[in-house]
Design a binder for this molecule. Structure first.
Ligand code: 1CP
Length: 385
């Protein structure tokens, strides 16, 4: 990064901190009506609950026939994201089927680089792609930090529409991708197994990669805070590809940028805490470093036992997870056994939110999700006595 770049990023970070302190001055105002079901928010703050709350990563999605019908009505995935009424409709769909304890905004982590001008598109049967991926130091230097209120206004409209529709029944989770995970798509131009291009950038020009992480972090802070101001009641940062880095590089590029985000977020609104969940898939022992960021909760994938994750984090944060999504392909009895094992692994006491260890896949029988949710309702109360 040149000195002038550093000044620009510092100025942006200062500007954001000023705005966060202005907003913090207004906290506690306009406390809304109490939630009918606030189990998720209580569990994320490690407060006592009568049973373990449950939601499913990617709960609105292709495994639901009604989702596929609404996406067809919208035309394509991005048109669905950009239509607040239809985004609200697909957010509500899983809540009509299952006794879930949270709604999650329907959107995608790649709306942020789209707003930065990279031209996101989806080809059927293939993952996300960018028309203008970032490859050179000059392209990173010239990358604009967008005014999110304009370019991502459709997301905030969706948040307001969903809050109105939820009418206090359940809390709404807002989200964004981690700068590293979003950066992998920006630099690779789409999904990549090896992450060869961005890893080469990390090695050959780490200053440019740090500059990119800073720009995405600055944009993400504005984006998540605007979601909170529009009505999001908890926030999750998805770092799907952080564990592809060696631990030192993870700390330098992924965790450092998530730390900036945690530091920049509004943490209280409508008279209560807005919990922040960080999720690095495959984090393992790095959960210890993640817990030190000051976030409220960590998502845990199925490759780490919750009992072990609890030991790594010393009960400093709540834990969310972690049933292997493949379990949902098995029989109802096997799903119930899987739920029992996850609950037993976390053990007694508050601070657990039941979820899959990663997103549900499109091939799952919707009835199997009902088996999971009902099993959590039935089996979890005994861990909260
Ligand atoms: O065909 C379709 O309808 C598009 C499939 C789809 C859906 C349903 C995409 C494209 N995004 C989404 C929604 C989405 N994505 C949500 C909200 C839905 C909900 O949870 O109910 C969320 C939280 C995401 C987050 C997301 N998008 C992540 C992080 C979480 C994770 O699962 O790892 C990532 C990596 C993406 C990128 C992305 N967008 C879409 C796809 C298929 C992908 C993954 C591409 C890849 O594997 O590299």
């Amino acid at each position: 990064m040149t000195e002038s770049d550093e000044n620009i990023v510092d100025r942006i970070v200062d500007r954001i901190s000023d705005r966060v302190s202005d907003r913090k001055g207004q906290e506690g105002q306009g406390a809304a009506k109490a939630l009918d079901n606030d189990l998720l928010l209580r569990a994320l703050m490690r407060e006592p609950v009568p049973r373990t709350p449950v939601w499913i990563m990617r709960q609105a999605g292709r495994y639901l026939p009604e989702y596929r019908a609404t996406r067809a009505e919208a035309g394509d995935f991005m048109s669905l994201c950009k239509n607040p009424e239809l985004a609200c409709e697909v957010t509500m769909q899983p809540l009509r089927r299952y006794a879930l304890d949270a709604a999650i905004l329907f959107s995608d982590i790649l709306t942020v680089p789209d707003a930065m001008g990279l031209g996101l598109y989806f080809e059927t049967g293939e993952g996300p792609k960018f028309e203008r991926p970032l490859r050179t130091a000059a392209e990173i230097r010239n990358l604009p930090i967008p005014d999110v209120s304009g370019s991502l206004g459709y997301v905030f409209d969706a948040v307001r529409t969903i809050r109105r529709e939820l009418d206090g029944r359940l809390p709404l989770i807002g989200f964004a991708g981690s700068p590293w995970t979003v950066g992998t798509y920006m630099v690779e131009g789409g999904s990549s197994r090896e992450l060869g291009t961005i890893k080469a950038l990390a090695k050959d020009d780490p200053a440019s990669l740090s500059a990119l992480m800073d720009k995405v972090a600055a944009t993400t802070i504005e984006y998540l805070n605007a979601q909170v101001e529009s009505g999001a009641q908890a926030l999750m940062v998805f770092d799907t590809w952080g564990a592809a880095l060696a631990p030192d590089d993870y700390r330098r590029f992924s965790l450092a940028s998530m730390q900036k985000i945690v530091d920049g977020l509004i943490r209280e609104r409508e008279g209560r805490a807005v919990p922040v969940i960080l999720f690095t898939k495959g984090a393992g022992p790095l959960l210890t470093d993640m817990a030190a960021t000051g976030c409220d909760a960590l998502g845990v994938d199925w490759t780490t036992d919750l009992s072990r994750a609890r030991a790594y984090t010393g009960d400093r944060v709540a834990l969310q997870g972690n049933l292997d999504p493949a379990t949902l392909r098995e029989s109802p009895e096997t799903i119930r056994e899987g739920v029992a094992r996850v609950l037993e692994s976390y053990g007694d006491g508050p601070g657990h939110v039941f979820n899959l260890g990663h997103g549900i896949t499109p091939d799952i029988d919707p009835d199997h999700v009902g088996v999971l949710v009902d099993a959590v309702h039935e089996m979890s109360p005994r861990y909260h006595r």
